[in-house]
Design a protein around this ligand. Sequence first.
Ligand code: ZN
Length: 404
Amino acid sequence: MGNYVYCCRECGRTYGRDEVRYLCPDCGPRYRPGQPLVGVLEAVFDYKLIAKRFDKSKPEWRLFSAVEPKYYPNFPVGGTPFFKVERLGREVGLKNLWIKNDGLNPSGSLKDRASFLVVAEANRIGDKQIVTASTGNAASALAAVCAAAGKKAIIFVPKNAPKAKLVQILLYGAKVILVDGTYDDAFKLSLEYTEKRGGLNRNTAYHPLTIEGKKTVALEIWAQNDFKAPDAVVVPVGDGVIISGVYKGFWDLKQAGLIKQIPRLACVQAKTSDAIHKYIMTGKYRNAVKPSTTADSISVSAPSNAHMARRAVLDSKGFSLTVSDREILAAQALVARTTGIFSEPAASAAAAGLVKISKANTLGKNAQIVLLVTGHGLKDIDTPLAGLKLPRPIQPILSAVKGT
Ligand SMILES: [Zn+2]
């Protein structure tokens, strides 16, 4: 409702919502392309007002929204299913395991939440063109919301983005610039583009409302969980914005006195794309040398929101771990055959982490754990297809049906 200011956690300065657009004006200039962003802003609300006005029997979610609902695009996102998964829980040895299935957002990923709020902001300030760099999901999310809102989306994607994501983006009518380079290269190029040619930049974390959009997944988990915070949330981590958003949602709730404790956040990264993991473990930041995971959505050398993600994990008394591509693909199949949910490889990294967490008994067997499914499996069928053996056709006669 506009009852917030932007705060830079690095220097502590605060700014009015229309005083700044992207990074902290003081810290932001220290950002160097190819490194994590510096001076990422956080929306800090009037929590006393929320505490006074928020009523669980008639939740007014707009109290937590950084953009007024009258600017929202007519494109419902979120409201995704949250439910207990007993078969998967039994399989991995956890008694109170739940899934938040954000693969069921309109474009098939959690990123719709961020794009939705940035497009709402574009409506508020009257920008018609929105630009982003993405490994694919943020791009398809932005393209989808822009299609619904009648805005122009300009998308920079690395050339190795899965075909299904490219097809989505193109069908939604966005302008696609395929970059012969990595996600990090696309990120840098898109910043140059908006600086020189204009448009609102939706790059994740660079625009602070991407984090605000993503926080709604935490608010929903809380509400769907009977207005209780779970013990832990397991999150797949690439550039660190989703985990920062999950943290921010629970942090807002805590500031408003609506929960006592922020759930422990488990940060799961792919082994070759582990810059945030190493940062958490050692306290020293270094880019991942050569990210080469098949989980394309979390493949990044210099995670844009590394600093905030590390703080989210440490402040929540969480922890971090890495998983191999083999573990990711095994977890993808495990989740599919025990829950009916087909999650993309990046989302399956969280499930692979969950298997390890249970084996190590990190959270105990009875803790309420939420596995965050961030993207739909149909976004990338080539990766699991490589490990599957397709059946050969038979003659349409019963005697040819063997083995059942
Ligand atoms: Zn600052």
